[in-house]
Design a protein around this ligand. Structure first.
Ligand code: SF4
Length: 98
């Protein structure tokens, strides 16, 4: 579950017309230590396993902010599926669903 504080941090970055969101320290990321394919499920596949891993990852807030700010379209990043990240962007910056 993404906290309100984490979302607020993302939204502050998105409010900037030229957001500068540093990439997280990937050396602390859990995903490379697991099954990377879980983070890019086939169409119709479940992102649940990947999202569960993200919940234990110490760079999750930074990962989510970076993924949203850089428009990562595919896969699970920061504990959110691509659909959830699109919804987040639409909700707060009005970007059309792509
Ligand atoms: S939050 Fe998830 S996708 Fe991001 S680095 Fe951590 S495990 Fe990987």
């Amino acid at each position: 579950m993404t906290t309100k504080a984490e979302l607020a941090a993302v939204l502050v970055e998105l409010a900037d017309p030229a957001p500068v969101v540093p990439a997280p320290d990937w050396s602390k990321a859990l995903c490379p230590q697991t099954d990377p394919e879980a983070f890019f499920p086939d169409p119709g596949g479940s992102p649940r396993d990947a999202k569960r891993i993200c919940q234990r990852c110490e760079v999750r807030p930074e990962c989510l902010a970076w993924a949203v700010a850089t428009g990562q379209r595919h896969g699970v990043w920061g504990g959110m599926s691509e659909r959830e990240r699109r919804r987040l962007r639409r909700q707060f910056v009005g970007e059309a669903d792509r």
